[in-house]
Write a protein of this length. Structure first.
Length: 364
């Protein structure tokens, strides 16, 4: 990573953002991972907001450490700064704020969260949405809800060109849902996972035609796909091919990580296999918390993204974070396992549409 270039970008973007906000009062930035969005905001705070009331909101408490690091390194007095997650914003809707930062703004999803964000924007002199993962659909939504216009964009491809993040190669491996092993569904019927998936899809399409809310069923179908036997089998095939390579497998569930038959690490782990992996005691490690993808994993050959639990932007963000890790060749060798069903393939195609298609290979 070109640290000098990174600092130059942070300082330049801070200045450009503040000039825009002084003119328009509110807006949104879409800046690639590793540029240092919290440092960009921190530079603005240190230069333009000393002594003012500042509110910073985020979807996940894990993000707090990034802000705290920026404050520490930039020597920022945090006396007038409030940090809170989206679900707790109601406590601050009646306050007046000099500036309101909405970190990972694309993750604000519930009706109540959106309502509270809108109220706080109205009570703030300046408001800035921050993201590195904005689809055109989300950009349109932010404009319609809050009149938040994306005025600064710095893509992953630009970050690669500037030496901020690793170049990458992505391989998509398709896996089939199991159509042999039967387990009981919620009604007690014995069905294969393929049959369960097809049943979900049938009902979802029917509800779409009837203009009914099908999101709960879509989430259940997605969970079935991510935990599928077919995905596990495909992952084990890849690991066999990569037996002499250093590989991390990112899963969405602790039981999924534990069932791969290799060392695993997650919140319930009794042994620190992550430390042992970095000490070169073994080559393969399964992790069950994608939030840990920003941690330090050394001398990697490849990573495998076995599952994802969110929308297209969530998939793109996970791939982007994978580019930040330490690879022997300095090129991120990323493998994704996708169920061979139209809904899953379309979601993945849409998520990866922002990346260079010449660097993406689809395997059957």
């Amino acid at each position: 990573m070109d640290r000098t270039k990174q600092i130059e970008l942070q300082q330049r973007f801070s200045k450009e953002i503040w000039e825009y906000l002084c003119d328009k009062n509110l807006g949104c930035i879409d800046v690639a991972q590793r540029v240092g969005k919290t440092f960009i905001a921190g530079n603005m705070i240190k230069t333009n907001c000393v002594g003012e009331k500042i509110l910073i909101a985020y979807p996940d408490n894990q993000i707090v450490s990034s802000w705290e690091l920026a404050f520490k390194e930039l020597d920022i007095n945090t006396e007038n700064i409030v940090l809170t997650n989206f679900s707790s914003l109601k406590k601050y809707v009646d306050n007046q704020w000099f500036i309101f930062f909405i970190d990972e703004v694309h993750d604000a999803g519930s009706e109540k969260e959106l309502e509270n964000i809108g109220k706080i924007i109205d009570n703030s002199i300046y408001s800035l949405g921050i993201s590195g993962t904005l689809s055109q659909e989300t950009k349109n939504r932010l404009w319609e809800l809050f009149v938040l216009k994306v005025f600064l964009t710095y893509s992953a491809e630009q970050a690669i060109s500037d030496g901020i993040i690793s170049d990458y190669s992505i391989t998509i491996h398709k896996a089939y849902l199991d159509d042999v092993i039967k387990t009981k569904n919620k009604q007690g019927k014995l069905l294969t996972e393929k049959k369960k998936y097809d049943n979900y899809s049938f009902v979802i399409e029917k509800m779409k035609r009837e203009k009914k809310n099908f999101m709960f069923l879509a989430l259940q179908r997605n969970s079935l796909a991510q935990k599928s036997i077919g995905k596990r089998k495909k992952c084990l095939e890849l690991l066999k091919q990569m037996k002499d390579k250093r590989v991390i497998i990112f899963t969405g569930f602790s039981e999924q990580a534990d069932n791969l038959g290799i060392p695993s690490f997650h919140s319930k782990s009794k042994e620190d296999n992550m430390l042992r992996f970095n000490n070169l005691e073994f080559n393969h490690l399964a992790l069950a918390n994608m939030g840990r993808i920003g941690k330090s994993y050394q001398n990697l050959d490849s990573i495998i993204l076995l599952s994802w639990t969110g929308n297209e932007e969530d998939v793109f963000q996970r791939v982007s974070r994978a580019m930040l890790l330490d690879y022997k060749t300095k090129i991120a060798d990323i493998h994704l396992i996708c169920i061979k069903e139209n809904s899953e393939i379309k979601k993945l195609e849409k998520a990866l549409s922002l990346l260079d298609q010449n660097k993406i290979k689809w395997n059957n």
